[in-house]
Design a protein around this ligand. Structure first.
Ligand code: ATP
Length: 362
């Protein structure tokens, strides 16, 4: 395995600047997920690392080798695609062993490598089948097997689970995590699914408009987002956001409702800010997830406009400051539409952003 370093990496498509001089250092054995909305440049970045796309500027290093101008086959990387990209006329074993065959390895070496990868992925009984005779999940496993067999320095995954149904996606996610733990591989994983990124990655890279907004552990990007953009992208359901003006040492929402300033913040009087509160931090009395000990909790009676029961919890949609807020209720009970409940708003867990720049205040 190896480190992977991107230095001021740039990509132009004609006049369009798709990746704008990004820097990123992936540690040996680290699992890094690139996430961001459609068009932010994550696939282009991955394809440049793979050598499938020329770079416009900067450097890509694998270990201590600059690989900018090397063809894909000489970079010692393996890529797993969303489409699996298996050869339909070959058996599973032939698909998995193909890269070693063209590299001129002897049959015994290829067979041993294929057997070992098939054992790790639990697909030994499938080795003589062709791709058309496999389910989506099995094809995905074969695509991973083909990547493992090469014993690469770096694994690259491009949305590998997006063609699978929700249940299988969850199952494969667990398998990929176990596989990473077993192989200790250096991985760069592109996904638009923030839950996939949160559950799999050691660190998450959040991209926007060809730039990196934040790099951090799942805990950091969730609990200490660097910007309004990161805060709204990470977490499901998304963080509630509302604009406010700092007035008389409190937050005045645009319809005149006031809320106390979250503890630890002291923005200047008159400043326009955005208050962010996760659904976990607004809940009916007695139904919260986190401890309130020592917290600044604002309590107010609010109507339940809609509820979505999820079994062990219920999402509630209420109204405050003239807009809808998502709240979360643990230990659900039956609710009447329009029922008024005492909601706790845990301001100690709130986030504040500058309304203009979107940067986190502190
Ligand atoms: P998605 O999640 O939709 O795949 P992404 O973050 O992976 O999005 P990229 O595929 O990296 O986005 O594309 C980044 C930007 O570059 C997009 O605006 C896209 O339209 C543009 N782009 C990508 N490939 C080309 C190309 N070959 N020619 C011109 N523009 C391109």
């Amino acid at each position: 395995m190896a480190t992977l370093t991107l230095s001021t990496l740039d990509k132009n498509y004609g006049a369009f600047h798709a990746v704008k001089g990004i820097d990123l250092a992936v540690n040996d054995g680290e699992f890094v997920a690139l996430v961001g909305p459609s068009g932010c440049g994550k696939s282009t970045t991955l394809r440049m690392i793979a050598g499938l796309e020329d770079i416009t500027g900067g450097d890509i290093r694998i270990g201590d080798r600059v690989v900018n101008d090397l063809p894909p086959r000489d970079r010692n990387i393996s890529m797993v695609f969303q489409s699996y990209a298996l050869y339909p006329h070959m058996t599973v074993a032939e698909n998995m062993g193909f890269s070693l065959k063209i590299a001129g390895r002897d049959t015994a070496t290829i067979e041993a490598a294929v057997q070992e990868a098939a054992r790790v992925l639990d697909i030994e009984p499938l080795l003589e089948r062709r791709p058309a005779q496999l389910s989506g999940g099995q094809r995905q496993r074969v695509a991973m097997g083909r990547a493992i067999v090469r014993d690469p320095d770096v694994f690259l995954f491009d949305e590998p689970l997006s063609n699978l149904d929700a249940k299988l996606r969850g199952q494969m996610r667990t398998e990929i995590k176990q596989l990473h733990a077993r192989l200790g591989a250096t991985v760069v994983y592109v996904t638009h699914d923030q839950i996939e990124a949160m559950t799999l990655a050691d660190r998450i890279v959040i991209m926007k408009d060809g730039l990196i907004e934040q790099v951090g552990t799942p805990d950091e990007v969730f609990n200490r987002p660097a910007s309004r953009f990161v805060a709204s992208f990470i977490g499901s359901p998304p963080m509630n956001m509302t604009e406010a003006t700092v007035t008389g040492g409190a937050l005045q929402l645009d319809d005149g409702t006031t809320l106390p300033l979250p503890p630890g913040f002291s923005p200047a009087e008159g400043r326009r800010v955005v208050l962010g509160l996760r659904p976990d931090d607004i809940y009916p009395e007695g139904h919260g997830i986190h401890s309130e000990d020592g917290h600044a909790v604002d309590i107010r009676e609010l109507p339940v406009n809609l509820s979505e029961p999820l079994g062990n919890e219920t999402l509630l949609f209420t109204e405050l400051g003239g807009q809808s807020w998502t709240a979360r209720m643990l230990n659900p009970r039956n609710l009447r539409r329009g029922e008024v409940l005492r909601f706790h708003i845990d301001l100690s867990r709130a986030h504040l952003f500058d309304a203009g720049t979107g940067h986190t205040l502190r």
